[in-house]
Design a protein around this ligand. Structure first.
Ligand code: DX5
Ligand code: ZN
Length: 215
């Protein structure tokens, strides 16, 4: 069976106890931890920045899966790399043109990180075809980015096979937004191999059971 990478989104964690939350998701079987960076411009919310990523790095050996929902991603790549991110995912919609997208992917890879590119619900999957061979990961948003706890948008999941059919085999396809024990199965059966889940995992009494139920 193909490996499915589970990435709990810290956005729904108890921010006053980040250290114990990180240990709890590791012990529960998480592969990665998903860190949502929002700037109040690209999305209407402000969340975590570089210093928090640096502290998380000191306290956790999990793969730091950093989701940049920010304008001008190129300005912050070096800082997040130095802070200890392992994967940096930026938004296609934050880029001005094709060259901008290619340059951001290159910049992330030159820092020695895995490069991810994400699309919002209204962006067509075809937009990503030119980059599917360059990026390490494609993140298909299954809600409008900005907040946790929203309802899964089924139409967005139909983008998964379109990307899968037009990408190298080793491309990781991740979904983010409204993922629970039912929507996870829809996504993995369509070809996703990384699941982000925030409220479903951190809202559960038993993180291990919640993670297992996604698979
Ligand atoms: C939303 C974020 C998500 C969010 C998912 O913009 O990118 O990572 O935390 O939250 P749930 O899993 O609760 O939909
Ligand atoms: Zn996210």
């Amino acid at each position: 069976m193909e490996k499915i990478y589970i990435s709990p989104s810290l956005l729904s964690a108890d921010f006053s106890n980040l250290g114990s939350e990180l240990n709890a998701i590791r012990d529960a079987g998480a592969d990665w931890v998903h860190i949502d960076v929002m700037d109040g411009h690209f999305v209407p919310n402000i969340t975590i920045g570089v210093p928090v990523v640096k502290s998380i790095r000191k306290n956790s050996d999990l793969i730091l899966d950093t989701h940049l929902m920010i304008e001008n991603p190129e300005k912050y790549i070096d800082a997040f790399a130095k802070a200890g991110s392992d994967i940096l995912t930026f938004h296609f919609e934050a880029c001005k043109n094709n060259k901008h997208v290619v340059d951001v992917i290159k910049q992330i890879k030159d820092c020695g990180l895995k490069a991810g590119i994400s699309i919002k619900p209204k962006t067509s999957p075809e937009e990503l075809f030119p980059y599917a061979g360059m990026a390490d990961l494609v993140l298909i948003m299954t809600v409008e980015p900005g907040f946790g706890g929203q309802e899964f948008m089924h139409d967005c999941a139909l983008k998964i096979p379109k990307i899968r059919e037009n990408a190298p085999e080793n491309l990781i396809i991740q979904v983010d937004g409204g993922i629970n024990n039912l929507t996870s199965k829809i996504c993995t059966s369509l070809g996703a191999n990384s699941l982000v889940a925030g409220s479903y995992i951190f809202g559960a009494n038993d993180y291990k059971k919640a993670i297992e139920s996604l698979l």
